[in-house]
Design a protein around this ligand. Sequence first.
Ligand SMILES: C[S@@+](CC[C@H](N)C(=O)[O-])C[C@H]1O[C@@H](n2cnc3c(N)ncnc32)[C@H](O)[C@@H]1O
Length: 336
Amino acid sequence: MEATIVSDRLKHYPVLLNEVISVISPQHGGTFIDSTFGQGGFTKKILNYKNTKVIGIDRDINSEIIGKKIQEKFPNRFLFKNLRFSNLSNLKLKNENIRGIVFDLGYSLNQIKEEKKGLSFNSKGKLNMMMGLNKFSANDVINNLEGNQIAKILKYFGDENDAKIIARNIVKERQSKRIDTQKLVKIIEKSKRKKNYKIHFATKTFQALRIFVNSEISELICGLISSVKVLKKGGTLAVITFHSLEDKIVKYFFKSLSENKSISRYLPKVEQKKILFKMLIKKPIIPSVKEVKENPSSRSAKLRYLIKLEDAHEIESDISEKFSHLLDIENLGLRL
Ligand SMILES: C[S@@+](CC[C@H](N)C(=O)[O-])C[C@H]1O[C@@H](n2cnc3c(N)ncnc32)[C@H](O)[C@@H]1O
């Protein structure tokens, strides 16, 4: 679980900024979508290039304040939308020359510092974890879902080895009192069998709950599918991930669009789909040693990008089927 913006010296800056700019090439102009606007780090940099337009999207209404300031400066070149990026296709983009779409996943330092959002295990008070435009909170999850459902969330979204023990203890403790953030931290500490000194003992549980509360799996899958549809020929989709689950989804999606599945030569020939996308490099771009030194929370960032080769709106991908087991877990939220 990482924040991409650091304020060590009260200076906010986004991760892999130069690398993102180099792959989306705003110097040629066009419209760009900053799907995770945050503090506007990428947007501001893109707008430095003439003949560019940016549509900034963020589910957190707090980003609107920064969005409004940029809009005042660039009234004809910038637009902010308080939207979940899964709804990107609701934007009227038909006449836009979309040259690049950027996703910088996760949350920002500002969000983790906002006590009442409860994203940090140092937060006090009621469980929350909602980034914006949510249907339920971590309080609803922890205090209402069944033990085996909570265990599934922790295991699959946080890779938490002690998921079952933590879930059992949550159910036991909530019988006497509602569980708040600090109580949850204590339950996790008590439940952990082994101490891992590399990461805080509550990291995995908090990551899992945040992913679940914010429907991050379906958000990512729908956001990626909508993006590749609206991108114009030659346009680039760039995605920065911060944990292995996100990266696995992005990697699979990019591969599924840019390669045909290998089929045994002994099987009957089936018609292969037309390849509409290209990955110039298969390995992700990671922050330089210098960047990690300046901003340690950038260390787990991975940037992957994909180029659209033809104008096409119909895209074939089996990504939803591939990750259906995770989408099914997310659907447990429908009962809340
Ligand atoms: C890591 S920050 C982005 C920082 C940004 N690149 C910058 O330079 O300031 C991630 C942002 O994405 C937003 N976000 C996360 N999931 C989202 C979603 N599904 N739809 C829209 N915004 C989302 C968060 O609210 C947060 O502001």
